[in-house]
Write a protein that binds this ligand. Structure first.
Ligand code: 1HN
Length: 358
């Protein structure tokens, strides 16, 4: 909203001259540059397994994985972010499809990446020489600038979620990329990071020494599942029910400098209270079915679906079924925390839940 100034001939001339010198008067754009609160261009959205799974299979038949293309990845594109390859303004989320015997060639890049395994077993990601075998429910990290290639020694196609801070690093103009000399790295170890760092409450002395592997790379589902089930009713929170953050076992902080990962179990019949956070998130429905209300819109979800919560959007979740629902999420929270910008707010009105539009 512009300041109400009478547009005299002299003022009009001033604006034209300012513009001609590639300058701008702040008083005409203050409200645009300083809104009272963030209004993301990204919109809440849901992508269904029933839609992406056949598309992955068709891509599997038609598109080989080769140097240049590098990966068979189908990204979830937010309809509000025209022309931007992004799921929220900072996060790229996608599904990657790998068939037995295929090799996704080794490379490295400055964007950080996580993978969360949806289906299949005996595919692996080699990260800086550590060959990490992946199974359903595992969370595997490829931190910024680590070499990584994927291979598959199993018998069924493998599908996993990719989460990257690529839109953020892109906006920061900090993207670097480098192909490895060969297609695959020679493995230096097998599941080495997991054996060394996988029990986070005990720190091996050797981790103080220089090492090839950058900390824990594979958060195995068996351990995550045990923790999720060990927490009981008394450990529930009003906004997320029973929730755990994956942490770097050495720092207790987020798994990556820009991305935090969470897993949560919503018990049967639970309907959480609404909250909004300055962080944006992408959720994957690992198990169960239910719905979420995001900025007043209801999204019904079931196993395999993905949905996003843009910055500063109210969100609440419900499990209406008779078994647990398990949601995995990737969030840009650490970026806001690192710069002292993190905020969150609980919905105070009514019963702490949104009025649903439809
Ligand atoms: C990438 O390198 C992978 O290594 C997956 O598996 C998804 C999306 C954008 C850019 C690079 C991978 C990616 C990616």
């Amino acid at each position: 909203m512009a300041v109400e100034l009478e547009l005299t001939e002299e003022l009009r001339k001033l604006y034209a001259d300012v513009d001609a010198k590639h300058m701008a008067p702040l008083w005409n754009v203050t409200a645009q540059l300083l809104p009272r609160e963030p209004a993301s261009k990204a919109i809440p959205w849901l992508w269904r397994r029933d839609d992406y799974w056949p598309l992955c299979q068709r891509a599997g038949e038609l598109v080989p994985i080769e140097r240049g293309g590098e990966r068979r990845v189908l990204a979830f594109i937010n309809p509000g972010l025209e022309g931007k390859y992004a799921t929220t303004h900072t996060i790229w989320a996608a599904v990657q499809y790998l068939q037995p015997g295929e090799i996704a060639p080794a490379h490295r890049h400055t964007p950080n990446a996580i993978r969360f395994i949806i289906e299949g077993s005996r595919a692996f990601t080699t990260v800086n020489g550590d060959k990490c075998f992946m199974e359903r429910g595992d969370l595997v990290l490829t931190p910024a600038w680590t070499w990584h290639d994927h291979g598959h020694e199993g018998s069924e196609p493998m599908i996993w979620m990719d989460g990257l801070d690529l839109p953020l690093v892109g906006d920061l103009e900090g993207v670097f990329f480098e192909p490895f000399k060969g297609d695959r790295q020679p493995p230096l170890g097998i599941n080495a990071s997991e054996r060394r760092h996988g029990l986070g409450q005990l720190r091996p002395a050797i981790s103080a020494a220089p090492e090839a592997y950058p900390g824990l790379l594979n958060y195995k589902w068996s351990q995550t599942a045990t923790r999720l089930q060990t927490l009981g009713d008394e450990d529930a929170t009003p906004y997320d029910d029973i929730a755990l953050e994956y942490v770097n076992p050495h720092t207790g902080g987020p798994v990556l400098p820009t991305l935090a990962c969470w897993i949560q179990r919503i018990r049967p019949g639970i309907h959480t209270r609404a909250r909004r956070q300055v962080a944006s998130k992408v959720y994957h429905v690992f198990e169960g079915e239910g719905w979420s209300v995001i900025n007043g819109r209801r999204f019904n979800w079931k196993q395999g679906d993905f949905f996003c919560v843009p910055t500063w959007s109210w969100h609440e979740h419900a499990n209406t079924s008779s078994h647990d629902a398990v949601l995995f999420s990737v969030q840009d929270t650490p970026v806001f925390q690192a710069f002292g910008l993190y905020r969150e707010e609980a919905l105070q009105s009514g019963d702490g839940r949104q009025i649903t539009a439809r």
